[in-house]
Design a protein around this ligand. Structure first.
Ligand code: NAD
Length: 479
């Protein structure tokens, strides 16, 4: 594939679905938009319910043989997938920038993370656990695969979020039907081309939709588990739709993570980290810093530093190596973010950005808003875009209470010179992951789980692997 985006678009081979080991066209097609131009650059397949049913049937049929394979066999297959992805890493990164918008370096980083994720799960192993043994009995806990897993992903990190589901599901012996988000289907479809020549037929199936097949997939009686990443609103629908069949369920949902900056923090040092913590991937990160609480003694200084960084940031097409912040991924999100900026302007004071760029595509200048109350929509809701509200506090207990005053509980950060104090504050933040003096460090062997309405269950780490299995206890009487 060419490094030149224009010729790359022309060279893109037709994309196919993967159903029962075969690369097949969709029942229909749909446009894929490059967020840097706002224009369609290619058509991709769109599945219908019949293809969804075929995909689930293929996964169901493939399950007995795949689950009976040895762990070592499945590990070998996964390592081949990682190797194939590594070989095509540059091509995947460019395709991701085209469909998702993020700067090429960040796309490279994501594909690298996806490969690392596969490697990490191939290093894990689930062994039978001897719970009790004496002269009369032996009790052993096995963990067995579940069956067909539906892996549903959003548009902000299409590859890494797929791999967080796919790698543990497959290594544990499950088969998978994956469904990417409608606006970022291409990297997942390209990946299924690689998988088609590596995995046995039916072990991985990939379908695409226009947000219209989710319920049919999650309700399907032959799907044993749903592994879902997306918004809290959709997560609620997914939870309701699996209730009828009591499916296993993992939900990784939205967040409204607060950064708490402790008094006495070196503002010049932390401001760039906080800025990128909110602006990386154009703010479209579940764990992005979405609100900043600064002590009144340093509030003006932090606001001024963040505004300076916002004005200096290079916003542009992710294909341009100079770009630091790409476009917002799709028009719907672009409109939402513009609304949040208006809310920031009405309820607070915009001190940087606050506008779209005068060019095609979904570009928003990184925006800093100060003097905004906690009940503004921009503070209460998940903006999921490059707009950062900065709030003032006097009393630390009050800041922690305000940070926790949300239905979300995904992540958070604490910044401060006194490590013990920062650690103690972090321990009081009601979230699944809280970083101190760093952000977005997510080692694949460390469990990741949202608190409150940010999620249910765990991904990554050994706990994340176990969620793709069922406990089976064998309780044997000795003669
Ligand atoms: P979304 O909920 O709109 O869509 C996510 C996926 O669900 C897409 O594939 C979509 O097609 C599918 N879907 C839509 N309706 C469905 C239904 N009724 N049943 C089943 N699936 C359905 O989310 P989005 O806008 O694509 O992604 C942004 C959201 O994802 C943000 O809220 C963000 O915080 C969250 N997110 C969370 C994590 C995490 O790990 N917690 C990671 C990334 C993104």
């Amino acid at each position: 594939m060419s490094a030149n985006p224009k010729s790359m678009e022309a060279e893109l081979a037709p994309f196919k679905l993967l159903i029962n080991g075969k690369l097949v066209p969709g029942a229909a097609t749909m446009d894929v938009i490059n967020p840097a131009t706002g224009k369609s650059f290619i058509q991709c397949p769109r599945a219908d319910v019949a293809q969804l049913n075929d995909a689930v049937a293929a996964a169901k049929a493939a399950f007995p043989a795949w689950s009976r394979r040895s762990w070592a066999d499945r590990r070998t297959a996964l390592l081949s997938l990682a190797e194939a992805l590594t070989k095509h890493q540059d091509e995947f990164a460019r395709l991701m920038t085209l469909e998702q918008g993020k700067p090429l370096m960040q796309a490279q980083f994501e594909i690298g993370g996806a490969i690392a994720m596969i490697h990490a799960f191939t290093e894990m192993r689930i062994e039978p656990k001897l719970l009790r043994e004496d002269a009369t009995q032996k009790i052993v806990q096995l963990r067995v695969p579940l069956g067909v897993v539906a892996a549903i992903t959003p548009w902000n990190f299409p590859m890494i979020l797929l791999m967080i589901k796919l790698a543990p599901a497959l290594i544990a012996g499950n088969t998978v039907v994956a469904k990417p988000a409608p606006t970022t289907p291409l990297t997942t479809l390209r990946f299924c081309e690689l998988a088609a020549s590596i995995l046995p037929a039916g072990v991985l199936n990939v379908i695409t939709d226009q947000n219209d097949l989710g319920t049919a997939l999650t309700q399907h009686p032959d799907v044993a588990k749903v592994a879902f990443t997306g918004s809290t609103a959709t997560g609620r629908k997914v939870m309701a739709s699996v209730a009828g069949s009591i499916k296993r369920l993992t939900l990784e949902l939205g967040g409204n993570d607060a950064a708490i900056v402790l008094p006495g923090t070196n503002i010049k040092d932390v401001a760039p980290k906080i800025f990128m913590g909110g602006m990386i991937n154009a703010g479209q990160v579940c764990l992005a810093i979405k609100r900043v609480y600064a002590h009144e003694s340093q509030y003006d200084e932090l606001c001024a530093e963040l505004a300076k960084l916002a004005e200096a940031a290079v916003v542009g097409d992710g294909m341009d190596p100079a770009t630091q912040i790409g476009p917002v991924q799709n028009r719907t999100q672009f409109e939402k973010v513009k609304d949040y900026i208006e809310d920031g302007r009405t309820r607070g004071k915009v001190i940087a950005g606050g506008r779209t760029l005068e060019r095609d595509g979904y570009f928003i200048a990184p925006t800093i808003v100060r003097d905004i109350p906690d009940d503004a929509r921009l503070v209460r809701e998940e903006q999921f875009g490059p707009v950062m509200p900065v709030l003032k506090y006097r009393d630390l207990d009050d800041a922690i209470a305000r940070a926790n005053g949300t239905e979300y509980g995904l992540g958070g950060t604490v910044w401060g010179a006194d490590e013990q104090q920062a650690f103690d504050v972090a321990a009081r933040v009601d979230s699944g992951t809280v970083w101190v003096n760093k952000h977005l460090d997510l080692p694949p062997d460390v469990p990741f789980a949202g608190a409150k309405q940010s999620g249910l269950g765990t991904e990554m780490g050994h706990e994340g692997l176990e969620e793709f299995t069922q406990s089976r206890v064998i309780n044997l009487a000795k003669a």
